[in-house]
Ligand binder design. Structure first.
Ligand code: SF4
Length: 413
């Protein structure tokens, strides 16, 4: 079973999902698998769940066991199998149903990123592939022939109802940022990470230029959304929970600064969503599969593309902005300390939001000099992700996660 480069593009409803954090693959996807399994074996009197791969390594920090209990009941037997076995996908979940002591059914689920799931041995799919083109080059030549903007291409493919859905997505993004800006205190978990969004938002820099203020505000909005995610709040996967602060931060900032109408923001979300969909279909948006470049890199690319739509730039400029934003995340590893979507994740959303603005700015000047296509960088990201050792793909076994653990152990001696 393969998960990328063989699937087409589905509706943006599958990319932008409204749900509870902290992890789209470890909570939203797992919850969906459990609900589906429950509907199939509702007559069971007991359930068992075995988490494998990344789900086993970082499931506790990501709240995976909690979401399984919430869905299948408190009596479900949960096993964390951290054996380094070869799996078809690093986020693997085996569910078994029992009745009167005997097994009545079992399914192996893969949580493939952004809350999407697959079932081993089944062609089951939440929704069909609806986009007729497979990569940016094909989309671009079609749009240029028809004189269509990318957001228009999304509406042409999905129907005008997608606009209503994207309005709901934008409402939730704004609500998440606003709520995050109002909250203070410590995030759940042993790291005792302090919320910082409100502080950033209120604390004026000692010598604040317009540029420094922009940086502070964009970062405050990104922290706000990412902290809400870390706290299990309602967020929009964009394209995942871990990276859910990047797009809201840049769009929230631009709406306040320039007074864009919600309808204009929604068009930007459509274009950014298309970029995310292309990355998802041709590579991956899963940190467990390809590292953080697939989550934060994809979010940054989507945000940069969204900005070009907001400012009605050319399709080539959208491609350049999306390409630059992804290219400069290549090789970025996923190493959340303790498996919590907090360090480095929260700060990383803020840095990526600023990088999206940087990529968008460059696209205004340098588009016609470029040598790298968006499709090329997407393929590079996928191959780089596959080359990354497993310890850098959401297992909490490498990078910051490993060194911090060693450091904390040393301090205790
Ligand atoms: S390091 Fe990146 S990919 Fe990994 S959990 Fe954090 S945000 Fe997600």
């Amino acid at each position: 079973m393969t998960f990328a480069a063989e699937t087409g593009m589905k509706t943006l409803r599958e990319l932008y999902r409204i749900g509870r954090g902290p992890s789209s693959s470890h909570t939203i996807g797992v919850q969906k698998a459990c609900e589906l399994f429950l509907s199939r074996f509702s007559g069971a009197d007991a359930y068992g769940a075995v988490l494998r791969g990344s789900l086993a390594c970082t499931g506790r920090g990501h709240g995976t066991d909690g979401i399984i209990r919430d869905t299948l009941g408190n009596s479900v037997r949960i096993e964390f199998d951290t054996a380094k076995e070869q799996l078809a996908h690093p986020n693997t979940l085996d569910l078994t149903a029992y009745k009167d002591g005997g097994e009545i059914g079992a399914n192996r689920f893969y949580s493939v990123g952004g809350g999407a799931i697959r079932i081993e041995g089944e062609a089951w799919a939440e929704s069909p592939d609806i986009y007729r083109h497979r990569n940016f080059e094909q989309v671009k030549s079609y749009c240029m022939k028809k004189d269509l903007r990318l957001c228009g291409y999304v509406t042409e493919t999905e129907g005008t109802e997608i606009t209503e859905y994207l309005c709901a997505v934008w409402r939730q993004m704004k609500a998440t940022v606003a709520e995050g800006l109002n909250r203070e205190g410590i995030l759940p978990g042993p790291l005792k990470v302090q919320r910082k969004a409100r502080y950033l938002y209120r604390q004026k820099h000692i010598d604040e230029s317009a540029e420094t203020r922009e940086n502070r505000m964009v970062c405050a909005y990104a922290f706000a959304a990412a902290e809400q995610n870390a706290d299990g709040g309602v967020v929009v996967t964009a394209p995942t929970c871990g990276a859910s602060g990047v797009i809201p931060a840049v769009l929230y900032y631009m709406q306040i600064k320039h007074g864009f109408a919600d309808a204009e923001i929604v068009k930007a979300l459509a274009t950014g969503g298309l970029i995310g969909n292309l990355i998802k279909a041709n590579a991956s948006i899963s940190g467990a599969e390809c590292g953080c470049q697939a989550e934060i890199g994809a979010a940054c690319s989507m945000a940069a593309a969204a900005l070009t739509e907001l400012f009605e730039m050319r399709i080539e400029q959208t491609e350049y902005a999306a390409e630059v934003a992804l290219e400069h995340h290549l090789g970025l590893t996923c190493d959340p300390i303790g498996g919590y979507v907090q360090i480095p994740c929260i700060e990383r959303n803020a840095v990526a939001a600023m990088r999206a603005i940087n990529a968008w700015n460059l696209s205004d000047f340098l588009t016609d000099t470029r040598k790298i296509s968006f499709d090329l960088v997407v393929e590079t990201m996928y191959r780089t992700g596959k080359d990354l050792p497993g310890r850098y793909r959401e297992t909490g076994r490498g990078g910051l996660a490993k060194l911090y653990k060693d450091y904390a152990k040393g301090k205790k001696k």
